[in-house]
Write a protein that binds this ligand. Structure first.
Ligand code: ATP
Length: 140
């Protein structure tokens, strides 16, 4: 089985979408191996999204990601990485409402930035992101 890192971002937690998102996770056959609620600070959010540091939207992204607590989960199932990405839908939650109305971002996101959830995009990023939050979980 494969593991991926899923995160409910501050807008998802503030909007009380946690239970609905977890219902979808379980309905689609993922196991939630671990979960923590944590508050990212400037430093940890910048390290998590380091690949985006040169981008124009980076300061706004960091402000968003530190605006409240996040819920971070390790999900496991066959093909977990790709399946979770499919389930959350496109990055732009506004577009998701039109093109992927059944996706999680269509349910709880607002726009290109405030898209309520995160998912690792490859084996390499899943390994990096899982060990970022859960030092003791072997990411396989
Ligand atoms: P994530 O990595 O959070 O799962 P993603 O892989 O769909 O999202 P990335 O391109 O890696 O998207 O961007 C990381 C995050 O930065 C996005 O989820 C979104 O919150 C924000 N973001 C991406 N592009 C923009 C943009 N052009 N303007 C504002 N915010 C953006």
């Amino acid at each position: 089985k494969e593991k991926t890192l899923a995160m409910i971002k501050p807008d998802g937690l503030l909007g009380n979408y946690t239970e609905r998102i977890k219902d979808v996770i379980v309905d689609y056959g993922f196991s939630i191996l671990r979960e923590i609620t944590t508050q990212l600070d400037q430093d940890s959010a910048s390290r998590f999204y380091a690949e985006h540091s040169p981008k124009r939207f980076f300061p706004s992204l960091i402000k968003y990601m530190t605006s409240g607590p996040v819920l971070v989960m390790v999900l496991e199932k066959e093909n977990a990485i790709a399946d979770w990405r499919t389930l959350i839908g496109p990055t732009d939650a506004y577009k998701a409402k039109i093109t992927n109305p059944n996706s999680i971002r269509a349910m709880c996101g607002q726009d290109l930035e405030k898209n309520c959830v995160h998912g690792s995009d490859s084996r390499l990023s899943a390994q990096r992101e899982i060990s970022f939050f859960f030092e003791d979980v072997s990411s396989g």
